[in-house]
Design a binder for this molecule. Structure first.
Ligand code: ATP
Ligand code: MG
Length: 266
């Protein structure tokens, strides 16, 4: 059984809005996946069911062999860290240090070990110098790194990043790429929601496209980005590199600058 299994999950909010309507996919240990799709497609709702913040109205979300309905949200969250789309929904401590340390304290990890983990996570996220600052005195783009560091410090098997690329400049994007690479090296499952198709082309092989509360396609990036029907349905613009290859009629070339340069040179 895969580490994450969504089986025909449906979720309706208390106001009656059905946000996810029959989604199934699984993610194996060590796998990385990007989830993309138009606003309101149901991406955030879907991943919140993986980390236990939300429970399916019907269907099953099974994590580490246990349905999320058979354990507490806190227990599921020990397997699955979730970085909120909006950092302000996540942050409630008055220093970045306290924010990152919070989960560790709750796990009763001793103060020295906790400090080390906070500092290591802050280092990876490039916010060592900001640890004593109130997160709300930091720009939103940096606050996002505080929330990512909190999840990294918790050392969960799965890390879900909800729109980490939103509002980031090139330095921020590179930093996020570095964090994802670091987590992958550690054998984590990394699930990233993003609207940045260039970022997906560069960093993710597997792509799940959502539209209208469902998964439209779940495949390798080469197939996803070069399928005009899927792109249209999900209202996505393929990465420039995919558009260029289509125009050149190069159907079998991977979406990587190096590969393309090799092919064109050869
Ligand atoms: N707390 C809520 N109460 C009621 N409806 C909600 C709530 N949160 C989201 N929705 C609705 O559920 C649907 C799916 O929302 P969701 O946030 O999962 O989409 P998304 O794909 O993450 O979108 P975005 O790209 O804008 O973040 C939308 O119609 C949204 O308006
Ligand atoms: Mg969302």
């Amino acid at each position: 059984m895969a580490f994450i299994e969504l089986e025909d999950v449906v979720f309706s909010y208390p106001n009656g809005v059905t946000a996810v309507d029959g989604v199934s996919f699984s993610v194996e240990e060590g796998e990385s996946v990007a989830i993309v799709g138009q606003n309101g497609a149901g991406k955030t709702t879907t991943v919140k069911m993986i980390n236990g913040l939300l429970r399916p109205s019907s269907g099953r979300a099974v994590v580490n062999g246990i349905a999320t309905t058979d354990r507490t949200a806190a227990a599921t969250a020990r397997d699955v860290g979730y970085v909120f789309q909006n950092p302000d929904d996540q942050i409630f401590n008055s220093t970045a240090f306290a924010e990152i340390e919070y989960g560790l304290k709750r796990q009763k990890i001793d103060a020295d070990a906790a400090r080390q983990r906070v500092e290591a996570a802050a280092e990876i996220c490039g916010i060592r110098a900001d640890l004593e600052t109130n997160p709300y005195d930091l720009p939103l783009s940096i606050r996002k790194f505080v929330t990512i560091a909190s999840v990294i410090a918790a050392d969960t098997k799965v890390v879900i990043l909800d729109e980490p690329t939103a509002g980031q400049d090139l330095v921020g994007l590179n930093r996020i790429a570095g964090i994802i690479g670091h987590l992958q090296q550690q054998g984590k499952i990394v699930i990233t929601i993003t609207h940045d198709m260039e970022f997906v082309a560069e960093h993710f092989q597997r792509v799940i496209v959502m539209a209208n509360k469902r998964v439209v396609v779940d495949d390798l990036q080469g197939s996803v980005f070069r399928n005009p029907d899927v792109m249209r349905e999900a209202r996505l613009t393929p990465p420039v590199i995919a558009q260029a290859l289509d125009r050149l009629g190069l159907d079998d070339v991977p979406l990587h600058v190096e590969e393309i340069a090799k092919r064109l040179a050869g």
